[in-house]
Design a protein around this ligand. Structure first.
Ligand SMILES: [Zn+2]
Length: 238
């Protein structure tokens, strides 16, 4: 495979997100562990919702999965991949607002945090929520500062909880009708939530904000669950 363009290995162009990842990838890359060796890749599952002026509810607009590019000729963190993909759409219209949700296997590094902040400065019509499976170098102060800055800029940062995993399984994993199993996905969830709370200066556990997916999303989610029960077949995303 040497000499091949790296994105061909994954079967997708770096600017194009994948639709879903395999269950093995999900179970290997997403467990909430304090220290995780051998996981040099970072996965970013995203969902973008949009509302139009005059403001109604947010509606589903786009979703997919990015993976960081670790090859020297195409090095790019998953967050950067998303931001450059989003920029390509040229969505500066004041008649649209976008809410972006990321489910990350690793939390953003300081450089990505900086890049996200300048992106949000640029796109005043975009808000962002980040749910992360693990905290990347959380004991390093520059990584902590990056998360704090994101939080101060209005980005919701949280550790992935049971519902987040279940949601990702339904919408971003090629599960072939298999029901969700938590396995060791939530192994160090409480510990990580506590660490994040310390970093962000808030109490233990969730930040107290109730998850508010648009009604349409919730409905779609329930429909998908019912379909799994009835047919046991692979579900189409929304
Ligand atoms: Zn990064």
């Amino acid at each position: 495979m040497r000499g091949m363009e790296p994105w061909r290995l994954g079967g997708h162009h770096p600017r194009s997100p994948m639709d879903r990842i395999g269950p093995e990838t999900f179970f290997f890359h997403f467990p909430s562990l304090l220290y995780a060796s051998g996981r040099n890749l970072c996965y970013l599952c995203f969902q973008v919702e949009r509302k139009r002026y005059p403001w109604h509810n947010y509606e589903y607009w786009n979703s997919g999965v990015f993976q960081n590019k670790v090859y020297p000729q195409a090095r790019c963190h998953a967050e950067s991949c998303f931001l450059s993909w989003f920029r390509d759409w040229n969505l500066f219209s004041y008649k649209h607002k976008y809410h972006v949700t990321w489910y990350l296997s690793w939390s953003p590094c300081p450089n990505c945090a900086k890049e996200i902040l300048s992106f949000l400065q640029e796109y005043k019509n975009v808000t962002l929520s980040i749910f992360t499976a693990r905290l990347y170098y959380f004991w390093h102060s520059d990584f902590q500062v990056g998360l704090q800055r994101l939080c101060r800029a209005g980005v919701r940062v949280d550790i992935m909880c049971f519902e987040d995993y279940k949601y990702c399984w339904k919408n971003f994993v090629d599960h072939q009708g298999m029901p969700f199993q938590r396995r060791n996905l939530l192994k160090h969830y409480r510990h990580l939530a506590r660490e994040l709370g310390k970093i962000l200066g808030i109490g233990y556990g969730r930040t107290g904000i109730i998850r508010t997916f648009p009604k349409k999303q919730n409905k779609m989610w329930q429909v998908a669950e019912n379909q799994v029960g009835e047919t046991g077949k692979r579900k189409q995303k929304r």
